[in-house]
Design a protein around this ligand. Sequence first.
Ligand SMILES: [Zn+2]
Length: 404
Amino acid sequence: VRNFDRSQLSDSALLTASEQHDSDEYAAIAEHLADLGEIEARKLYAAAGYPTMVAWCMAKRNMREQKARKRVRIAQSARQHPALLHAIADGRLHLSAALLLLPWLSEENVDDLIRLSAHRSLTEVESLLREWTGRRNVSITLESPASSDDSGNMLSARTATTSDTPAESAEAPLTMTPPAPKPITLLVTVDEDGQTKLRLLRALLGHAVPSGEINQIFDWMMDLSIRHLEKRKYGATDRPRRSAKPVDPESRYIPAEVRRAVRERDADQCTFVSDDGHRCECRTRLEFDHIVPYAQGGGRTIDNIRLRCRTHNQYEAERMYGVEFMKNKREQAAKRARTETAEVDPDRDIVPWLRSLRFSAAEAKTGAKACAHIPGAPLEARMRVALQRLTRVRPRAAVNGVAV
Ligand SMILES: [Zn+2]
């Protein structure tokens, strides 16, 4: 039976007990993080019907989203850098400091960074990182890890010059994503090309966005892109019709009317159901999955196609064919995509997307080429690379106002 009555303890016994309980708490948190890391690695969240580890933590461990994101991030990083868990377990590193360090950790610097951050306040760790990185802002983002081209590698190059004064203001803040779903602020740098395009867009949008406000233009562009992508992905249309031309039975292409019907039947939601009956609630990045695999003669019929989130599409395939097989298959596909530029899956082809943004055919081709090295990346990521190449727009910071 637990005894929470402290009134009988002497002062020194109370302090000793309190110290013990603190250290028990740190150790328990580290154990808990190790659990999360292993649960994610075994994809037990997918088996339970959740698209991500964060969703699983929220549903099964009653964590609030922010807490779940933080813990999962640290747990993931600790798989690579177990030293983090040891530092957390013995109270040297608190979770907020660990979170701040994550984007910068590498094999080479992890021990140094932990040593320097030991028993430091959050503010002290922030200023330590500013010195290390030469950046004015070292806030973390919980949405996605700092983009690889912008963070990790830079630190090892800079470790030799930690005593340098931080770089001038040209070095913009890295990322900043506010914790709650408040409006976020984007700041992008647009070069001459981009400015020309923006002027053109403003002029063309005269009626649709009379104010010419950049946030409204941005909103309009997102709407357009979403409509366009939904159409490509799901065959969404205001005026559905049966496709007139007969489809090649050998083709993997899923006819638009099948995609529409499947989407309606599955209500735009992943159809994976766990053994204990939980249906995955994921409604983003859905994919059309063949129930009887295409390779085994499964047809492109409404009955044989279902919606699955990325996680569960992959999970099911791994369960059926084995993790190694699927890994090889993905690698082969990536290799093929690198060598063959001609044949592109229509859902993943970014050329029409670029064309809809009024890039010329030649520009669209250049954009597609620019992201040919990451064929396995999500469409958004590939679009970002293509647009960076075409407009040389670099996301830089996130302070007040969308600067143009
Ligand atoms: Zn799912």
